[in-house]
Design a protein around this ligand. Structure first.
Ligand code: GUN
Length: 296
């Protein structure tokens, strides 16, 4: 079987085009420019790249964006003061605090401090709770990106056996909650596997749709999937550097070359889930601006 390669780059470009139009309309009709503040604490190179990409995409779409880069030794108190300021700032509709935070800062406390109406990551307990009961304001970006990739690639989700590997608050738990909802683009039967699952392959082999956010390079091998599976790979790992270009060589949580021989459709790394995550952050920022103006 030759797998359909699900291009996150292409689907993301399509959604960005739709967003660009919405942003122009907001500006023309209501004189509103959506605004995003990113907060980065410390010098983690991967986080710096992610925040840089979020800033660049905001500017390209016509979103006002503010970058707050703080030293690693910033105190929890000072970070809370900045968040309070951003909660009050009228130009800022969305606040994104890049994770992970340095060890001396309590992540939960910081996420609670963000005004849920400005929580464009969808990580605040209020937003996660609303998602769970089927009344979401903001969907977390990576799960929302995964759902849109499936829908826009014509994959049937209703009634599918979905198996998720990984139970993080950022990906595994929210995507499971989204796909069991009684709504369009959901109504799946969902299993979540994790580090204490006795026999992961027993579950993954049953999957019609396999979503992998295990955080382990090439953890899913060809013997662990059935013929015709649809595979969404959330992992990103740097496994080397290209001599010629100095660019990173990346791989996902799935052994792509082997699994694509059995899959009906599969996302690549890079160019799969990654571009979708950033795009859904932009979508949430536009939504935040509309909600603040009573337009959504
Ligand atoms: N770190 C890894 N993924 C994410 C994300 O989606 N949002 C934030 N804020 N931090 C992250």
């Amino acid at each position: 079987m030759t797998a359909q390669i699900i291009s996150g780059t292409e689907v993301a470009a399509q959604i960005r085009q739709e967003l660009e139009q919405e942003i122009v309309e907001l500006k023309d009709k209501y004189n509103i420019t959506p605004g995003l503040a990113t907060v980065l604490v410390g010098e983690d190179p991967a986080s710096q790249v992610y925040v840089g990409q979020k800033q660049k995409t905001s500017l390209a779409l016509g979103i006002y964006s503010e970058r707050h880069d703080l030293p690693a030794e910033t105190s929890e108190e000072d970070l809370l003061i900045l968040i309070d300021k951003l909660n009050e700032a009228p130009r800022i509709h969305g606040i994104l605090v890049q994770l992970p935070l340095p060890k001396h800062i309590n992540e939960t406390k910081i996420l609670y401090a963000i005004n849920p109406k400005k929580d464009v990551d969808g990580f605040h307990p209020v937003n996660l709770g609303r998602l769970m009961i089927g009344e979401p304001d903001y969907l977390p970006c990576t799960p929302h990106g995964i759902q849109q990739l499936l829908i826009r690639s014509g994959i049937e989700i209703e009634g599918a056996e979905v198996v998720i590997v990984g139970r993080s608050n950022i990906v595994g738990k929210p995507i499971a909650n989204m796909l069991i909802q009684k709504t369009e683009g959901a109504n799946a039967t969902v299993t979540i596997c994790h580090t204490r699952t006795i026999d992961i392959a027993l579950h993954t082999r049953r999957a019609d749709i396999l979503i992998v956010a295990a955080g382990k390079p090439k953890a899913i091998t060809a013997d662990m999937v059935k013929e015709g599976v649809v595979v969404i790979d959330v992992g990103v790992h740097r496994i080397g550097i290209r001599k010629e270009s100095g660019k990173s060589i990346l791989c996902g949580d799935v052994d792509f070359d082997a699994v694509k021989e059995k899959a009906k459709a599969i996302t690549p790394v890079p160019g799969g889930v990654g571009p979708m995550t950033i795009t859904m952050l932009m979508l949430n920022t536009v939504r935040a601006a509309k909600l603040a103006a009573g337009l959504a």
